[in-house]
Design a protein around this ligand. Structure first.
Ligand code: DC
Length: 226
């Protein structure tokens, strides 16, 4: 069967947390035979390294000075994405509450963004990839073939996140999520922002399958007009 996407297509999927970015991006990549990159995992990985190496998270200069030190490697198979830090599997540790509460501060440091952006561009250079994050369409890959910006109401996002973090308090999850979005949106260097040429999709009332179909259709349309 002919693939719905050319082998070199680059799809950028941005938006706040809880909008279904990861599930959507993995499913679109799998359906179209593309690679997949979770850029949030890279920011979490560098944050985890800072925490475990005793770097003071409240000291941007200390974070900046260490930004080049960890070796972060991302595996881009959408069926089994991986992330290692200095050769060590980091998939579990990067999802802890501690890392989640510190990642916005670490990812706001310009030297961290420069370092991680370089990694992302190197991985995406060959094309054939779905890249999910906050600043992919605006900063990392401004020439992406398709840019999608996913949104959803804070209530829906909190409910989805609480479902992922079993037994968590929805109200507390919503407060933490809104706070993280505010920090990610207001930072000086490449904040969370919809690119001018991104297609906005509100996922509040859509199932995952409906969002995936929508993005796959958009990729197909781009192919026709390209
Ligand atoms: O997608 P996520 O929740 O795993 O992302 C974790 C954090 O990483 C998020 O709060 C902000 C940061 N991030 C970023 O600054 N730029 C990106 N492209 C992706 C994530």
């Amino acid at each position: 069967m002919e693939s719905a996407a050319p082998a070199t297509v680059i799809v950028a999927i941005d938006g706040p947390s809880g909008t279904g970015k990861s599930s959507t991006s993995k499913a679109v990549a799998a359906e179209l035979g593309l690679r997949y990159l979770d850029t949030g995992a890279q920011y979490r990985a560098i944050t985890w390294w800072m925490v475990t190496n005793g770097i003071d998270i409240d000291d941007p200069a200390a974070i900046a000075a260490a930004a080049d030190k960890p070796e972060i490697v991302s595996g881009t198979d959408p069926a089994a994405p991986t992330i290692t830090v200095d050769g060590q599997d980091a998939a579990g540790p990067i999802r802890t509450q501690e890392v989640t509460s510190k990642v916005s501060a670490v990812s706001a440091v310009p030297e961290v963004r420069t370092r991680i952006t370089e990694l992302q561009r190197a991985i995406a250079a060959a094309g054939g990839i779905v890249v999910e994050g906050r600043d992919i369409g605006t900063t990392v890959l401004p020439d992406a073939d398709l840019k999608v910006f996913l949104t959803a109401s804070p209530e829906v996002r909190a409910a989805r996140r609480s479902g992922e973090l079993k037994n968590s308090d929805v109200a507390a999850t919503q407060a933490a999520l809104v706070q993280r979005d505010a920090a990610d949106s207001s930072r000086k260097t490449s904040p969370l922002k919809k690119a001018g040429d991104a297609v906005e999709v509100d996922t509040s009332d859509l199932t995952l399958q409906q969002v995936v179909e929508c993005v796959v259709t958009l990729v197909g349309e781009k192919r026709v007009v390209a």
